[in-house]
Design a protein around this ligand. Structure first.
Ligand SMILES: [Zn+2]
Ligand SMILES: [Zn+2]
Length: 266
């Protein structure tokens, strides 16, 4: 389950960790040292996953914990793309005449702001047990903004789909967030979309390994294969499921739900 953040790793200990990692790698002859069990039984890694390099570094900071079992992720929540939800004097503001903006009349950076921070497992626990997603941030996209599920308030997304911008996102009183395939990030391709709070990465509708739309996905859109960030190693990951979401009032058809859950990695 999601763990509370105990402390922010200091810069000096972060450097020490890198040094220790280098020493550990250079002195180790055991090829399995990259994934060793730590004291509490959590799997540990020696370096941050390569996929984090794809995140918008102006917004997102990811730091591996000292023991290598968790990744602390902090984001400003500000996406690096245009939207009708920016303030009109912002360079990234665009008019989207077919979008019916949310009634709170807020803008990105307004209201309760966008900042968020989470700690995720460095290695997801793929035990077969699933956990339902919640009505709030369920992941962080490579743009820096939040990922939500297919629910809006207490109901399904249909009622609010008209307020979603070209990125499949909107902003109410809380953070700016995606519900649908975020087309500034991925549009029917294999791009990395982000990481969910169970520590599993999510990609676009195509898989880098199969070179097309995967046909072996589980109920969460997940399967195990190599990806462009795993250096030939098979790894469980999610995809946006290639199934048109019939949201009649969405301004940019067709729509694809970003993630409808459940989590597989808790
Ligand atoms: Zn929403
Ligand atoms: Zn895949």
């Amino acid at each position: 389950m999601k763990k509370e953040i105990k402390k922010i790793v200091s810069y000096s200990s972060f450097l020490a960790l890198i040094l220790m990692s280098v020493l550990a790698c250079s002195s180790s002859e055991d090829s399995s040292s990259e994934e060793a069990d730590s004291d509490d039984g959590e799997e540990a890694v020696t370096e941050l996953h390569a996929a984090f390099a794809a995140f918008n570094s102006d917004a997102v900071t990811a730091i591996l914990s000292d023991d290598g079992t968790e990744v602390y992720i902090e984001t400003t929540g500000y996406p690096d793309h245009t939207s009708v939800y920016w303030e009109t004097d912002n360079a990234l503001y665009i008019d989207e005449p077919d979008v019916s903006k949310t009634t709170q009349d807020t803008y990105i950076g307004g209201g309760q702001g966008e900042a968020a921070s989470f700690t995720v497992d460095a290695t997801p626990d793929l035990t077969g047990a699933t956990v339902a997603t919640q009505l709030n941030t369920i992941g962080i996209a490579v743009s820096g903004a939040s990922i939500f599920n297919d629910q809006e308030g207490a109901g399904d997304l249909d009622q609010a789909a008209g307020s979603l911008d070209w990125a499949g996102a909107h902003k109410g009183p809380g953070v700016y967030h995606y519900h649908l395939e975020p087309t500034p990030i991925t549009s029917d391709d294999d791009s990395l979309v982000g990481i969910l709070l169970d520590g599993v990465f999510i990609y676009g509708r195509q898989c880098n390994y199969t070179g097309g739309t995967p046909t072996d996905l589980d109920a969460s859109g997940g399967h195990t294969s190599v990806t462009q960030y795993t250096d030939g190693v098979e790894e469980y990951h999610y995809h946006i499921i290639n199934e048109v979401y019939a949201a009649g009032n969405y301004a940019y058809q067709p729509a694809y739900v970003l993630f409808a859950g459940p989590f597989q990695g808790y």
